[in-house]
Design a protein. Structure first.
Length: 233
């Protein structure tokens, strides 16, 4: 069996979504860190409130940059992007939290594990759910079965986890999150680091031309003529 991971559930969209997620998180961190520095606050609590901006930024980036639909998560009404029938939730992990243990600590975040997405094709204008008189009983039973399965389908949750401080964006991970309803424990499948300072430095180094062959071009320096010393008077 293929392990469950964001790449599996996002399918062909993963290659487009991954850099968009990284770009969005880094842009929000830069703005939040700059605002914290300008405020000259001695406390990082204000910096930590960027979580709601992260949610809004991610939904906007995926909707405008990828044309993805939006799902409103009750009861708080957070807007999340839906990519390949998966919810994408970005979460700034509190500094004292180990892993995703605290993610399901609110009713809204718990509802992210039970979000259902009906197939839009089943609910065209005029569809009421009432039996279609043009269908025979067997066809009507099949339509009812398909509709019920679509309505009952729970979307996978791709959880993007951001660790940061006002001084540094430390890492961005993503995984497919699963909730044990009985214990409230969140399990992460296919956990992957999609950005870290080390990977950024490595990417930057690839933009520098290596001098392993040929002769590097140095700056053009013209020799200065030595001024003649005037004769003693």
């Amino acid at each position: 069996m293929v392990p469950v991971s964001p790449a599996n559930v996002l399918g062909s969209h993963a290659e487009h979504v991954r850099p968009l997620v990284v770009e969005t998180v880094r842009a929000r961190h830069d703005r939040s860190a700059e605002a914290h520095e300008v405020s000259e606050s001695r406390y990082a609590t204000g910096f930590g409130t960027q979580w709601r901006d992260l949610l809004d930024d991610m939904e906007t980036a995926l909707r405008q940059g990828g044309g993805y639909e939006t799902y409103r998560l009750p009861p708080a009404g957070y807007k999340l992007a839906v990519v390949n029938d998966c919810l994408v939730y970005v979460w700034r992990v509190p500094g004292h939290v180990d892993g995703a243990s605290m993610f399901a600590s609110s009713p809204t975040r718990r509802n992210a594990f039970s979000a259902k997405l009906p197939d839009p094709a089943l609910f065209q204008p005029g569809y009421t759910g009432e039996p279609d008189p043009d269908l025979d009983p067997l066809q009507q039973l099949e339509v009812t079965r398909v509709v019920n399965e679509a309505v009952a389908r729970v979307m996978p949750l791709v959880l993007v986890m951001v660790r940061s401080s006002p001084r540094q964006l430390q890492s961005i991970h993503w995984a497919v999150a699963d909730l044990d309803q009985a214990s409230g424990t969140v399990q992460l499948h296919g956990l992957e680091c999609i950005w870290s300072p080390e990977s950024a430095a490595q990417d930057a180094s690839t933009d520098v031309e290596a001098f392993d062959s040929g002769v590097p071009n140095g700056p053009a320096v013209e020799p200065r003529r030595q001024e003649e010393t005037p004769p003693d008077a």
